[in-house]
Design a protein around this ligand. Structure first.
Ligand code: GLN
Length: 497
């Protein structure tokens, strides 16, 4: 295997081989990434860098390697979205209200990664409480995408809410990162930064220790530079967990082993309702190309219908805020997080702590959520949204009678400029039009880089699978990746900034 000369250009799989073959030590590899993270501070991709911890974990890996004990991610440096609780390392959820929160425990997913030998480089920036599609709602400021339009220096968004993770992966600041996806927050930022992102089936990864947004929709997943790397990381992240009763006790397959099985004989469904009026022609073009690529490799393309698609965004924007309003009730300034000063009684303490602690988008969601759950409106909004959710899920069950995997665009367009959509929440919400359906139905979805716009910005394709059939989704994703041969990388302009 011919390895790149700069270790930050390694894929995770390449780094794994290089470390295991002792071509590079974990400490050398980790040092290269620590330097890359420092040099990339203009991107604002990290809320907290943990170079000392990284070096200590890397040295421990090197000691194990010297003894010949190699765990699946031995000595491999990762970035972790700041929504995963990390014991002894500040975890902010991108919010002022948690800006001083140092968890006394570790999330199950990150614990699984450390048990597999991975190294923590730091915690990545994100939209506040994972609410957003551009990383602009973070208390710690926006993340700047490593990508720029051809011939322009305008700052673009990296997508959201896992924007710091997406920027880190695409700028080679880590080998891979974790994200969470409630309505698209892994797949949309992956798509607009030319990265791979997977939201597994609801229940595949434990939610324990992940700051909750909308508990019936939230799922953790990998963000990587290749489909193989996503397969490797997902295997390590996933597990049943007695601390999360919604995690599911079914075996986690060796996703990597099945990656190259090919798509011959598979039926790929094209949902006709995802062809939207007014969508940029580049989106349709890349979608058609994706179908041709799979067809050329022996898959059969079938048109399917998901008739309730048009209700998905309105349904999501009732269900998600309703759950968020309940989940976020715990931030009261008493038990943990920021506590307002100069208060005259307990109610004043709650009100001031929450007023100072939450940003405008979070407040908007709490207001919507409490409204749709309140007496007199519950039946009109929340209950109807729940019924629609059932119909949306049923659409997928019907569609999967005719096909094995669905192919759709990942996003309705490429990355946009910072500030372009902040004044209009509804246009921001539209970013998730192709992804929220998947969360409402609890299914696995994968976004794979597929091409560039005329301006040189990445576009992704999404593959949606049957529940717990991540293996087939990844295998089809690998076929798309092979055909797309996406090799574009952002220019490292931040090094000079
Ligand atoms: N953009 C969507 C929202 O703001 C989805 C976010 C997510 O998946 N966490 O709710």
């Amino acid at each position: 295997m011919a390895l790149p000369t700069d270790p930050t250009d390694f894929s995770l799989a390449e780094a794994r081989e290089a470390v295991a073959a002792k071509k590079i030590s974990s400490l050398e590899l980790t040092a290269a990434f620590i330097k890359a993270v420092e040099a990339a501070r203009p991107l604002n991709a990290f809320v907290t860098e943990t170079p000392e911890r990284a070096a200590a974990m890397a040295s421990e890996s090197d000691a194990r390697l010297a003894k010949g004990v190699v765990r699946p991610l031995e000595g491999l440096p990762l970035a972790i979205k700041d929504l995963f609780c990390t014991k002894g390392v500040r975890t902010t959820a991108g919010s002022n209200i948690l800006s001083n929160f140092v968890p006394p425990y570790e999330s199950t997913v990150t614990q699984n990664l450390w048990n597999a030998g991975a190294v923590l480089l730091g915690k990545t920036n994100m939209d506040e409480f994972a609410m957003g599609s551009s990383n602009e709602t973070s208390h710690f400021g926006p993340v700047i995408s490593p990508w720029r339009s051809r011939g322009s220096n305008a700052k673009l968004v990296p997508g959201g809410s896992s924007g710091g993770s997406a920027a880190s992966v695409s700028a080679n600041l880590c080998l891979a990162a974790t994200g969470t996806d409630t309505g698209g927050s892994i797949r949309q930022p992956a798509a607009v930064t030319g990265s791979v992102g997977m939201k597994p089936t609801y229940g595949r990864c434990s939610r324990w220790g992940i700051v909750a947004f909308a508990s019936s929709l939230d799922q953790a997943g990998p963000m990587t530079r290749t489909v193989r790397d996503a397969a490797i990381i997902l295997k390590a992240m996933a597990s049943v967990d007695p601390k999360d009763s919604t995690s599911v006790d079914i075996p986690v397959p060796d996703y990597e082993a099945g990656l190259e099985s090919g798509v011959k004989g598979l039926r790929i469904g094209i949902p006709k309702e995802y062809r939207m009026d007014g969508a940029p022609p580049e989106i349709d073009a890349i979608w058609n190309k994706g179908a041709q690529w799979l067809n050329a490799q022996g898959a059969e393309i079938v048109e399917v219908s998901l008739p309730h698609t048009k209700y998905a965004l309105p349904t999501y924007y009732i269900v998600a805020p309703a759950e968020a309003s309940s989940n976020l009730a715990r931030y009261d300034g008493v038990r943990y997080g920021r506590r307002a000063k100069d208060v005259h009684d307990i109610v004043d303490l709650y009100e001031k702590s929450r007023a100072d602690g939450f940003g405008p988008e979070v407040k908007r969601r709490i207001l919507i959520g409490t409204y749709v759950l309140s007496s007199g409106y519950y039946d009109a909004y929340y209950l109807r949204a729940q019924k629609l959710r059932t119909l949306i899920a049923r659409d997928f069950t019907e569609a999967f009678r005719q096909c094995d995997v669905l192919l759709t665009p990942a996003t309705p367009g490429p990355a946009f400029a910072i500030g372009e959509k902040t004044a209009d929440p509804v246009s921001m919400y539209l970013n998730d039009v192709f992804t929220v359906t998947v969360n409402l139905a609890g299914l696995p979805g994968l976004s794979v880089p597929a091409g560039l716009t005329a301006e040189g910005l990445p576009l992704g394709l999404q593959l949606i699978g049957k529940a717990f059939d991540e293996a087939t989704v990844l295998c089809v994703g690998r076929a798309v990746e092979t055909a797309a041969n996406f090799t574009a990388k952002p220019q490292k302009w931040w090094r000079a900034a």
